[in-house]
Design a protein around this ligand. Sequence first.
Ligand code: HMG
Ligand code: MG
Length: 300
Amino acid sequence: DLPPRVTIYEVGARDGLQNEKGVVPTDVKAQFVRRLVAAGLQTIETTSFVSPRWVPQLADATELLADLGEVGRGPLRPVLVPNERGLERALEAGVGAVAIFGSATETFAQKNLGRSREESVEMFKPVVKRAQDAGLWVRAYVSMCFGDPWEGPVPVGQVADACAELMDLGCDQLSIGDTIGTGTAGHVEALLAELGRRDIGVERIGVHFHDTYGQALANTLTALRAGVSVVDASTGGLGGCPYAKSATGNLATEDLVWMLDGAGVETGVDLDALVETSVWMAEQLGKPSPSRVVKALAGA
Ligand code: HMG
Ligand code: MG
């Protein structure tokens, strides 16, 4: 059985644009977010308050949120925050929700955060505490939940340990990241079952699939059948992670909406408006969307 309604957690403006070679102008990002809102998306991650030296593509986070005004505020507009410096910048910008982002593997913790898994949990602790004291909603991402480009397949127990460490800090939601897209359906079932045994139930879990191996939609359907109802996706299939070689775009929001519309699952999203947005964004970026549904519907 599928849930009657799925919450799409849109990451195109963050996960998508962080991985573009060129820096997208702030006003184009703001227009992108406004178009996503107009297309009916509710939860929209807008940007990251990370080190501008690590991710220059999102160095304009403060300017973007100033441009967005009320549209960038509230519990449905999370931003990525790695440390207290990031949290302070995010609070100054008026955000209502933040996401910390840990790793299931040591190698990726070093590559993405410049520190060990343990040191990164120490870095996140005061971020979560201060965010919650400020009344913010807090999400915890865990990357490399299925495979890691340096370490290979990641044992389910190790992944569950990393997830539990972050959820024990008191985060509201966990997002399990298949950063490089190697996961398959059976693996998704096994990880969700293991998380359930650790008392992290499906009602607190979102799934974050990258489509590198074309498995994202099958993995999503598997997670939905297991009771998950929050799915991360990126409009037009934009995305990747600059610190994870071989990561491509996320599951395209259009591909997800096509599947859910077909199954009668409610999302609130107007697919035509979303496809128009992807076509517009593709023009801005000077390259076509990799989404099959965008290609089919836009005739591109
Ligand atoms: P560090 O180099 O250890 O930190 O970076 P540092 O404290 O030594 O600072 C380095 C410089 O950055 C300093 O500036 C700091 O002031 C500054 P300098 O003195 O050299 O001019 N700095 C900051 N500036 C603004 N905002 C901040 C901030 N922090 C430090 N928040 C750090 C540590 C964690 C900051 C760094 O490693 C970093 O920013 N990493 C982020 C990498 C990233 O954003 N990766 C992509 C997101 S994760 C992802 O995509 C996966 C996901 O989609 C799920 C999945 O697919 O699996 C979520
Ligand atoms: Mg990602």
